[in-house]
Design a protein around this ligand. Structure first.
Ligand code: ZN
Length: 305
């Protein structure tokens, strides 16, 4: 039976992702004003209407020249980036974000200093993730050492912390492999009878050597061998969105390379914390490991052409 526990790697990243929400956002310190012309809070779009755990919530804020916008999610600042003439905040959700109501805080400042404050409540729906039980040989489990975890962390923290101001992606994300998905996002993992981390990406069951392609345009932020991820490629799509491709047999790109949707970044392999060939594909939004399949469908203000 093929088994892999890439979730162990994802777990590190999830912990970091939560910390990254503490990054201060610009424009939140202005005083309260009497109200006035656009941008008005009513013009702000929050999508999707009925988000599920794993979805990416988009806050689209029309801005005026010289104006500014700040966004919080449950009180934590979320960085905003330019999207056309608007500012856009991306809020990643995952199984650790509780189902139920969450607060999105908005502070909109006009060029003349007038400030509008508003709160939106979104209701996150439970995704009902499955369970996967894996039995791993001691040699595989033996890879999880403090030294390996530290090596992995040191390589990934700065990479997943990148917040490139421009969005390089365009349109929907493509699946990085034509192979069938054999382990979906969000499954709760039990390894050798012990409850471990939930699955922070999507696994593809593919023969070794099959091509792995970039899901969208971006810049290769990391392309190197890691103890748990194996041969790993991380693509920075800009604005805090990064995709990762783990366990490759060979790397086809170098750090700093520009890639487009469909560019071959490596070959399917069985390197790192796995017991058989396959691809683990993950997608991070401001440090949160979201469901990458959400990005493979046309979503307004996010992946719509
Ligand atoms: Zn995986």
């Amino acid at each position: 039976m093929r088994a892999r526990i890439a979730g162990a790697l994802g777990c590190i990243c999830a912990a970091l992702g939560t910390a990254s929400l503490g990054t201060p956002a610009a424009g939140s310190a202005a005083g309260r004003g009497p109200g006035g012309a656009a941008p008005a809070p009513e013009a702000v779009r929050v999508l999707p209407d009925a988000p599920v755990q794993g979805d990416t919530i988009v806050v689209m804020i029309p801005t005026v020249p010289g104006g500014a916008a700040a966004v919080t999610f449950d009180g934590n600042p979320v960085e905003t980036f330019r999207a056309g003439t608007a500012r856009r905040a991306l809020i990643g959700t995952d199984p650790d974000v509780a189902a139920g109501p969450h607060r999105i805080g908005l502070v909109l400042r006009e060029a003349n200093g007038v400030v509008h404050r508003a709160t939106r409540t979104i209701r996150l729906r439970a995704a009902h993730f499955g369970v996967r039980r894996l039995v791993l040989p001691p040699s595989t489990f033996g890879l999880i050492t403090p030294q390996n975890l530290e090596t992995e962390r040191r390589a990934l923290v700065p990479v997943l912390g990148r917040r490139t101001p421009v969005a390089w992606w365009h349109g929907v994300f493509a699946l990085p492999s034509g192979a069938p998905i054999d382990s979906p996002y969000g499954e709760q993992g039990w390894y050798n009878g012990r409850r471990e981390w939930w699955h922070m990406g999507v696994d593809f069951a593919a023969p070794a050597g099959a091509p792995v392609t970039s899901a969208n345009a971006g810049v290769v932020a990391l392309a190197r061998a890691l103890p748990l991820g194996g041969n790993t490629v991380v693509v920075d799509h800009g604005q805090g969105v990064l995709s990762e491709y783990l366990h490759l047999s060979a790397l086809a790109v170098a750090e700093g390379s520009r890639v487009d949707r469909g560019t071959v970044v490596g070959r399917i392999g069985a390197t790192g914390l796995v017991t058989g060939p396959g691809l683990h594909w993950g997608l991070y939004v401001n440090g949160v490991p979201v469901n990458p399949l959400y990005w493979t469908r046309a979503q307004q203000d996010l992946t719509a052409p």
